[in-house]
Write a protein that binds this ligand. Structure first.
Ligand SMILES: [Zn+2]
Length: 168
């Protein structure tokens, strides 16, 4: 299952690479692939952004051309050319993979800078399944506002949030 996690950092990383390192260190104790992993381990794979890219700022990754590639099924023509059934061909708009657009989504989502953002700039209405704060993993059980949750639970109003797509 994929979950939307937000990892809190006390300061803005100097680069995406540094962000990956900082998040990596905080995530490491919860790696279920680790020998001797406990029941507290909550991930076997994760990526910054992923299917939750743009949650901080409402950015829509569907509009980002970097997230598309030429459709491998129809080689970008938008027509597979091998439909026996005309009805089926029309239903799929020429290609069941790209629906006739000639473009497919890339497997990975291109890095979006907004996925690493100062807490005070993050959308007030954003929610998340869980947070990782000061080494503590907590499911938020909160459908209102993650900012409010952080303020209430950890007295945190500054720092940086990193959106993480987490698989367990
Ligand atoms: Zn296609």
């Amino acid at each position: 299952m994929h979950s939307h996690i937000e990892v809190w950092l006390p300061r803005m990383p100097k680069s995406r690479k540094e962000a990956e390192q900082m998040v990596g260190e905080l995530m490491a104790p919860y790696d279920s692939n680790r020998p001797g992993a406990t029941a507290e381990a909550f991930w076997d794979w994760y990526v910054i952004g992923g299917r939750w890219t743009g949650e901080h700022d409402g950015f829509d990754s569907e509009t980002d051309i970097r997230n598309y590639e030429v459709c491998r099924i129809c080689k970008g023509t938008g027509d597979r050319g091998d439909y026996d059934d005309e009805k089926m061909r029309n239903w799929h708009r020429g290609c069941n993979s790209c629906r006739g657009t000639g473009l497919s989504h890339t497997w990975e989502t291109a890095p979006h800078p907004g996925d690493i953002m100062e807490l005070d700039k993050v959308s007030d209405s954003m929610t998340a399944f869980a947070v990782l704060v000061n080494g503590e993993y907590r499911e938020t059980d909160d459908t209102k506002s993650l900012k409010e949750y952080l303020k209430r639970t950890f007295k945190i109003t500054t720092g940086v949030l990193v959106t993480v797509d987490c698989h367990d």
